[in-house]
Design a protein around this ligand. Sequence first.
Ligand SMILES: *Cc1c(COP(=O)(O)O)cnc(C)c1O
Length: 399
Amino acid sequence: MATQTPTRLAWIQHELDDLKAQGLYNTIRTINSPQGAWLVVDGRRVLNFCSNNYLGLANDPRLVAAVKAAVDQYGVGPGAVRSIAGTMAPHIELERRLAAFKGVEAALTFQSGFNANLAVIPALVGKGDAIFSDRLNHASIIDGCRLSGAKIVPYDHCSPASLRAVIQAERATGFRRGLIITDGVFSMDGDVAPLVEIQALAAAEDLLLMVDDAHGEGVLGPGGRGIVAHFDLHGQVEIEIGTLSKAFGVMGGVVAGSAVIIDWLRQRGRPFLFSSALTVPDTAACLAALAILEDSTALVDRLWANARYFQAALRQLGFDTGLSTTPITPIMLGEAPLAQQFSRALLTEGVFAMALGFPTVPKGKARIRVMISAAHSQADLDQGLAAFAKVGRDLGVIA
Ligand SMILES: *Cc1c(COP(=O)(O)O)cnc(C)c1O
């Protein structure tokens, strides 16, 4: 029986209908298999170009085995927030090992990267302070900035000149503390923040610097140690945010930096104080992922080789892959309905690649985004390229 939407909720139905009419309604698929190079989506086996499982660790047998052993020893849940009774030995071990991997004094884990941003930004700045934020920063940074109560001063995407100009302008009105925040790798375009120039400005202006390296952790830098290692800026960036849900293949967020900041977050990070810890299985899986990264650069090397091969072949076919210099591969299509049509046609060809439209990306800049993984074989990549070539010609995107 069809139910009638109550009048007081009718506006929501109108909004939803509007999204559908504009090609912006997000259809969420159900996955009936582990995350890997291939997925079972709505009952069909398809090539996976959607997940942030950069290194193929989400279903790695070594992580699965570590989880089983940890569950046998510790059970499942943390039982409480970290500051009351929820900090268990695996949490401490993971934080010690993450700090060593990153080459920083200390690290603190959170339930997610999103929560890490909600914790750290309001703990460092507040009323009377200024945050200088790249215009394309991730939603969790924007929300963390809003929660802090500090003045948010946007600067043009990846532009040190714009950053310098807005800092100068803000100096004229005056502020107490200043914090510069940038994504490391921007997830929609796959471009990398000019961190050397930003760090030089932060140092010259005596501002705190924070980089959210969610898409760089396990991807950029020697052995996947992230953007700070990539640019050789050890000790010069106060706060690095990472996620354990992308290249690490699990779940969780991390703040890496100086011991004094980590100590402060244990006292003042609200998602740390008021939301329970990562589960033991998550923590054990992260430890196993870290051990794999410490042991060998093979997966990271494979990821980059796959990305270079796939992107060069797409450009050869005549596609526009935008600004990417990382394994994130946008295929620029323009209008959202074309991107959705492209994505549906790819699925018919057995390829799962999502269309992204407004508000995830600016209007008129809709795209398909392919996430390359070390888990893809050469045959997988070639099969994907053949599907892109066919759909691209069918829809008149390439000649
Ligand atoms: C994905 C992402 C996050 C959120 O990470 P989760 O661990 O999934 O919550 C935060 N910041 C950036 C830049 C991201 O890309």
